[in-house]
Each structure stands twice: as C-alpha cells, then as structure tokens.
Write a protein that binds this ligand. Structure first.
Ligand code: UT7
Length: 336
C-alpha cells in the first residue's frame, strides 16, 4: 500500500442573507440582464454584520466533520484572504470553536486558489506522516472588502464557506488525491489586489490613497489569464497521471465567471455538462468556491464513486492550481 490522503467528509455553509441582481440594480448602475449575460450570476449570499469569515468557516467545518463521522482531526487549515483580523490567523480561532484547542492550525492565503493550495498542503502533511487527518476549509467574506460603489466587483462576489476532511489511507482507494499542480506569477500582483493596509503601504510612510482599502480587479486582464492558467494547470495535472481531458468525468473549477468556465471547457475539449457550475446561485465566493461547487456536483448526483475529477482554481497573486482525485464512495455532503 502507498500512503495517500483520502477525501472523507464535505460540508458547506452559506450566510442566510441573499442579495439578488435586482437588489443590486436598485443601488448601482447595473441590471439583472447585464449581470446574467456577462457573469452567469443570479444571486449571492452576504454575511450579516457581526458574522466574520471565522463564523462561516466554523459552520462549514462542523458539517464536514459530521459528514466524515468524526470530531477530531490532526490539523486545521483555513484558506482565506479575508481573515477575521490581519493578525493572527483565523484557523486557531476556528479550531477552538470546534473544540479542537491544541490542534495545529494555520491559514493559507492564495485568494481564489486558496482551497487548492490548502488541499495540497494537507495532503502533503498526511502523505509525509506529519498528520493522519486534516480539516481544510475555504472561507471568505469578500463583501467586507468591496467598494460599495464599484459595480464591477459588487455584482460578482458572494460570501460563503466549504470544508473537507482528509484522512490517511491507500493511494489506490476511492477518494484519494492523486496529484497536484501549483503555479504563480507575482508580476500580476496589481491585477487582483487590496493595495492599502499592508506593510508595503505602511512602510512607505504615506496614508493609503482614497479607495485603496478596497478590493481592485482588472476584470478583462484577469479574464484572459484565468482561462490560460486554469486550462494549462488542468492539462499538467492530467499529463502527470497519463490522463487526457476526455478521461475526466468532471471538472470542478473555481466559479469566477460562467464565460470563463465555458471558454475553459471549450479549450479543453470537454462537453459543457462535464463542468460543474453553481455560480448562478452563489456568485464568486473566492476560497469557498471550489468546495461549494464540489457539494453542488455531489448533491445533484453528477460526481459518482470512482470518477476521476479535477479541481482547478485561479486568483490573486497571481496564483493557480489543480488537484486530481477519484470521487469517494459513500460520501454524505452536509450543506447549511
Ligand atoms: O476570481 C478570480 C478572479 N476574478 C475573475 O476571474 C473575474 C474575471 N473577469 C470577469 O469576470 C469580467 O471581466 C467582468 C465580469 C469583471 C467584467 O466583464 P467584461 O465583459 O470583461 O466587462 P468590461 O470590464 O470589459 O466592461 C464592459 C462594459 C464597460 O462599459 P463601457 O466602457 O463599454 O461603456 C463597463 O463599464 O461593461 C461595463 N460594466 C457594467 N455594466 C453594467 C462593468 N460592470 C458593469 C455592471 N453593470 N455591473
């Protein structure tokens, strides 16, 4: 037997408040028609005041642990770019809220690729025998960093959390993570960024420029790079396993924009129905996006035991990454 990391639990949590396209159109110069045709988004969930990323992460994690039938793990990793505080990490607080004080806990910041990076980290800890189990949570509350007047970003992003439990097992069994591809290009730092509030701006001795505390994104530039890097990364992770795109049962991509997902599918030669999409209901939920899409694909019965599935993400950094796994048998997803 070769030691591997096995997906054994999946849970999600969305804050109850729903914001529809019509609600946004009542306060911004936009329309339901523009948002649907340009992004594929119909609505998104937004955290209420007092509800932090850590709250969302804890709720999703509770459900993932229940799905895995356990209340203990050896390490807790939170992928987020909207931590509860700039310092310390959110993961130790989440671990304690779950009754896991004493457990190793840390954050991973790779924006929309955060969940793939965290999953790779957890799988490495398990295969390297540092841990026998791990809780990997993707959670973000981007509504807290958006410029309320920026119609381009306000319509895209939603809040949410999704979590998985990994356990040690045999690399050949169903549910095993079989390979990863991770990449970055820091020359694109300005394309997806919150420019102010970090050490760079503080050390320059200047006040943050007006608006620099908010999230900025160069949408069209990001669009082309998202397609290029996600398709390249999917090909790499498949090549390493001697698989071709047509061998894939399903691709579960970061839900950035439905047009990005459709273009990726076309470039990979994948029929549209093999790409899991839930962006219409949740928008772009950053680090939560992939686990929320996994839960949607499992709930509608598309992801079946033994299926080869690839997860792929792209985001700020720039960063990108993919993971290949076989879908586990007998997984009960718990949504909230
Ligand atoms: O999560 C990972 C990172 N993020 C992404 O992957 C997002 C990638 N980018 C995108 O999804 C798209 O670029 C956006 C959805 C952000 C924008 O769509 P686009 O088709 O690239 O639009 P654009 O930025 O080229 O703007 C086209 C027009 C502009 O008007 P003019 O200059 O042609 O008159 C914008 O001002 O659409 C306008 N516009 C809007 N109109 C109505 C931009 N946002 C809106 C809006 N409602 N919300």
């Amino acid at each position: 037997m070769t030691r591997g990391a096995i997906l054994s639990g999946l849970g999600t949590w969305l804050p109850p408040q729903v914001v529809t396209n019509d609600m946004l159109s009542s306060e911004l110069d936009t329309s339901d028609e523009w948002i649907r045709t340009r992004t594929g988004i119909g609505r998104r969930h937004i955290a209420s005041p007092g509800m932090s990323t850590g709250h969302l992460a804890t709720e999703a994690a509770r459900r993932a642990l229940k799905s895995a039938g356990t209340d203990r793990v050896d390490v807790v990793i939170v992928a987020t770019s909207t931590p509860d505080r700039p310092c310390p990490a959110t993961a130790p607080v989440v671990a304690s809220a779950l009754g896991l004080t004493g457990t190793g806990a840390f954050d991973v910041a790779a924006v929309c690729t955060g969940f793939v990076y965290a999953l790779a980290t957890a799988a490495g800890l398990i295969t390297g025998q540092v841990a026998d189990s791990a809780l990997v949570i993707g959670a973000d509350t981007f509504s807290t960093i958006l410029d309320p007047r920026d119609r381009t970003t306000r319509v895209i992003f939603g809040d949410g959390a999704g979590a998985v439990v990994l356990r040690a097992g045999d690399r050949a069994e169903e549910g095993a993570l079989r390979g990863f591809d991770l990449g970055s290009d820091g020359t694109g730092v300005d394309l997806i960024t919150v420019p102010g509030g970090g050490s760079e701006q503080r050390l320059s001795g200047t006040e943050a420029a007006p608006g620099d505390q908010y999230f900025h994104m160069d949408g069209p530039q990001v669009f082309t790079r998202a397609v290029r890097y996600m398709t390249g990364s999917v090909r790499k992770v498949l090549d390493a396993a001697a698989l071709a795109p047509e061998d894939l049962a399903h691709l579960v991509p970061h839900q950035a924009n439905v047009r990005i997902l459709d273009t990726c599918a076309r470039e990979l030669g994948l029929p549209a129905e093999r790409v899991v999409k839930n962006i219409d209901r949740v928008g772009n939920t950053v680090a939560a996006s992939i686990p929320l899409a996994l839960a949607a694909g499992a709930a509608d019965g598309r992801l079946r035991a033994g299926d080869p599935v690839v997860l792929t993400g792209f985001g700020g950094g720039l960063t990108w990454g993919s993971a290949l796994l076989t879908w586990p048998g007998g997984l009960t997803v718990i949504d909230g």
